[in-house]
Design a protein. Structure first.
Length: 163
């Protein structure tokens, strides 16, 4: 079946919440420790001013990607942070690449000039490979900045310039 990418809708909140909860509970890919509720995701979708996308197979959400403001300071208005999550059963099918590609394509139209990826150093290189393949460049490393599942974790910062 074909994978389609479109803007997230309120009715996608339940599946987005389920996908993200997996990563919160079973990985260090996110430093979030309590999964947001379906209602919280619905509010985020409805309040989004930057691209928030889902990948679909038929009507089933297989992943999501979104941009959020990099920092809460006016001078950062052209810089966003990306997030890409794929349902565990759907990894390895190119869904992350399709989501990230669509997110990048839509970012410029939202006034974004720079996209930052913050990738946790968990020993799983999939996110790093995904971003490097999309043209991101490594810009730095922050050591022992997150603590999850009983260990301190580093993050690697990557950046993609759109202009």
């Amino acid at each position: 079946m074909t994978i389609a990418v479109r803007s997230a809708r309120s009715e996608d909140a339940e599946e987005i919440a389920t996908i993200f909860a997996h990563y919160v509970e079973h990985s260090d890919a996110t430093f979030v420790e309590t999964p947001p509720s379906e209602e919280e995701w619905r509010s985020r979708i409805e309040a989004a001013t930057l691209p928030f996308l889902v990948a679909l197979e038929g009507q089933r959400v297989l992943g999501f990607a979104r941009l959020t403001q990099w920092r809460d300071k006016d001078a950062y208005r052209g810089t966003a942070e990306d997030a890409v999550y794929v349902a565990p059963a759907a990894t390895g099918r190119g869904i992350g690449g399709a989501l990230l590609g669509a997110l990048i394509d839509r970012a410029g139209g939202s006034g974004i000039r720079e996209i930052i990826a913050v990738i946790a150093d968990t020993g799983d290189e999939a996110s790093m490979r995904l971003h490097l393949a999309a043209g991101f460049n490594e810009r730095g490393r922050l050591t022992r900045v997150g603590h999850k599942h009983g260990r301190w974790l580093d993050t690697t910062l990557l950046q993609l310039s759109l202009r």
